[in-house]
Design a protein around this ligand. Structure first.
Ligand SMILES: [Zn+2]
Length: 231
């Protein structure tokens, strides 16, 4: 069941259970961020606005892609394109967005921030003047998936450090999983977590929800799913 909820002026979340999409209705145009796990997103958005709609993917994991085919064009980072097409044959047009690109949806102006690690071409959208970031899966109140194809802990750590450098310019982060409003303090906690995992200093517990050798590793209020170290 898709539920549209107001997050702040001109910004709604579209809640689909354990994952959400975002919908920005600007003064002249609208932006949909991610495609969730349910079909019918385009129709839901069309009920809300008659303005032209742009569709963007923060990254190409299946829980963000269900409604992709409902949009004729998809904005995503080039490092994500091959992965996307592998997971989801798509006949529309892929449009590259790069680090530093500006997306204007008056009154919001987003800058694309490339934050690989969770996936090779994960991006965040930074609204500098209004001091918020839409972070995809990379910084959330839920446990970040860091096992399986495409994950890279070292790249993730570098991306978190890049976000830490702008953390004092952020009042709030909006994540795709867990409660929507994420404290910017989460960035520092994730950095501490990843650094300790790299040094082999932090133990996880087996994650019941996955078959196989995956553990949940927690530090303060941050958490990742990560392969258990082989003994
Ligand atoms: Zn996700």
């Amino acid at each position: 069941m898709m539920e549209m909820k107001r997050v702040r002026d001109h910004l709604c979340s579209i809640e689909e259970g354990y994952v959400r999409c975002f919908f920005i209705e600007g003064e002249r145009a609208a932006l949909v961020i991610d495609g969730g796990v349910e079909a019918g997103l385009r129709e839901r958005v069309n009920q809300q606005t008659k303005k032209p709609v742009t569709f963007l993917l923060t990254h190409s994991d299946p829980d963000h892609m269900a409604a992709c085919d409902e949009f004729e064009k998809i904005l995503l980072h080039p490092s994500e394109m091959a992965r996307f097409m592998q997971k989801h044959p798509y006949s529309g047009e892929l449009i590259a967005v790069q680090e530093g690109d500006q997306l204007d949806f008056e009154p919001y102006h987003f800058e694309i921030v490339l934050i690989p690690g969770h996936t090779p071409g994960s991006i965040a959208l930074w609204e500098k003047s209004r001091r918020f970031l839409i972070s995809g899966d990379s910084v959330t109140n839920a446990t970040t998936f860091m096992f399986g194809e495409g994950r890279n802990l070292q790249a993730y750590l570098s991306s978190l450090r890049k976000l830490a450098a702008i953390a004092d310019q952020l009042d709030v982060i909006y994540g795709s999983h867990g409660p929507v409003e994420v404290s910017s303090a989460r960035i520092g906690e994730l950095i501490e977590l990843c650094e300790q995992v790299q040094r082999g200093q932090l133990q996880g517990v087996p994650a019941e929800r996955f078959a196989g050798n995956i553990q949940e590793i927690c530090w303060k209020s941050a958490a990742i799913y990560y392969p258990a170290l082989s003994k």
